[in-house]
Design a protein around this ligand. Sequence first.
Ligand code: MN
Ligand code: MN
Length: 317
Amino acid sequence: MNDTFQPIDAAQVPRFAGPTTFMRLPAVSGAEGLDIALAGIPWDGGTTNRAGARHGPREIRSQSSLMRRVHHVSGTEPFSLVKVADVGDVSVNPINLLDGLKRIEAGIAAIVAAGALPLIAGGDHLTTLATLRAVAQHGAIGMIHFDAHSDTNDTYFGDNPYTHGTPFRRAIEEGLLDGRRVVQIGIRGSIYEPGEHDWARAQGIRIIYMEEFVRRGVEDVMAEARAIVGGSPSYVTFDIDSIDPSMAPGTGTPELGGFTTREAQAMVRLLEGVNIVGADVVEVSPPFDLGNLTALAGATMMFELLCVMAKGVAARR
Ligand code: MN
Ligand code: MN
């Protein structure tokens, strides 16, 4: 076990005291020497309706002070298995979308270049496009995508190609994602037009609507998801609006009929064995939150992802 990258001991310094970092880990200025880098992307320049996800990383950090050392189901001790720390927020530009995307890509590329896996708190879902540009530098990768929305629309407000409703269309066009190795889980809610998901399906994307998830259950759906991405490099992106708004109200585009937090946790635990090259939790919007519920859900999903990723890193050593 490494002594350097350990959380502050809550038996010595209470959880409400001390610096606000992800999971009370040390704050470092670069990802060198880390296995997994926890990073924030405080940017919501792609949001089309209710903004505020730019405030997500700070509030997720605050709620992540509740995380403890050991995963209660798998027994995983991520801080013993791997070197993980808070590398801070990437540079953003709140008033220039294209420059914002460039800065985010550069920030995540620095983590990748240092040899660490990024585990990110967003930010709106357009941030994932910039992240994929940094992570998929050597060819298209697979992706497991939890969301109420497919996020594969073409353009908004005329011919604007970059919004949080379009990142995965752009990612496929740019050769960052292999559509045949992409699965979207939890898709639901009203859509703009009947054929809205046709393009995604034509790329080979497997869309598992919420209704199919309810019929089949967590284990069956996740077995299919693991089979779709296979053993090749894959990204995991978790839009907090995949969770029902009764449990995660603080988000830009809430949709009724979502996952319970319990189902979401169970699904992420079943990512064990997937070759995860990075992951994010996006669309937590603290201004719309109630009692910090959504930020706590985001922090908890990050911890679940961290445990799975840490086990994967340790197994590949
Ligand atoms: Mn999304
Ligand atoms: Mn969504």
